[in-house]
Design a protein around this ligand. Sequence first.
Ligand code: GDP
Length: 313
Amino acid sequence: MELAQDIIKGNRTALGKGITLLESTLPEHEKIAQELLKLCLPNSGKSIRVGITGVPGVGKSTFIESFGKLVTSHGKKVAVLAIDPTSEQTQGSILGDKSRMHELAANKNAFIRPSPTSGTLGGVANKTRDSIILCEAAGYDIILIETVGVGQSETTVSNISDFFLLLMLSGAGDELQGIKRGIMELADGLIINKADGNNITNAKNAALAYKRALHLFPRMENGWTPKVSVCSAIENTGINKIWDMINNYDSQMKSSDWKSENRKKQNIYWLHHTVKEELGNKKYKLLLSKGKLKALEKEITKGKTIYHLLASL
Ligand code: GDP
């Protein structure tokens, strides 16, 4: 398939077209999309997938622009994808908008794609997972997956990323309020943004408070201690440190094999999630009790796509 070859060659227009096919709900596109995914899959997997969340206004797009420019200055390619948890209601995407990251959008080593515009959160996430495969096949080294900090979307994004970054602001003495503990527990890196001007001391104090708070949390299964850091996305300070943090994490997780184990676990999670969503809870439970899903779990870790397996049911 020519489109797959063009994507693998790193053609950005082809990548955009491929993702449009994946996101299409037209039945005639579905088959081509699945074929495309199958062809791209063997070339995928090599990136660092970084989930980014934070409340509106925390500076996500400013941070992504700044971080993305740093990544490309190291000769790496960066892709920005987004998951909009409100897409179901609004039918429109607010995240991953190129106009919010215009400098990065103009960089030939960057690819920016807004959130899929409709579907359930799980459905949108599945499409984003497929888009990640295509981006990786196209040679993107860092995939940033942005979501806004409301509701379930943080858990969803952490379930499709290797490293999960939580952007925060220093509050007026109430640093630990207003942010759900559950979300903090998901974070591999916690960044206090807007550490500039009069706010530098506040931000540093907030970082200390978070560091102390994180000590009280249960240790992560993978042996990583979540790191806390400050930055100013607008003044471009502290961004290098975050780049180092993510690279350190990645090399540690690769050498302990956690990275691939975790991705296997994520694939299994999405397999169960998709079967439930597509076939309903009753059928899911039936398949589970017959041991059918255990067999599919084995298949998925061998690199089959979820759609391929669903079709076999
Ligand atoms: P998002 O909603 O999380 O994507 O946040 P934006 O990136 O759109 O930023 C929200 C506002 O905060 C904008 O007015 C930015 O200019 C500002 N902002 C973002 N990062 C910084 C920063 O590091 N320092 C300061 N002072 N302002 C920032």
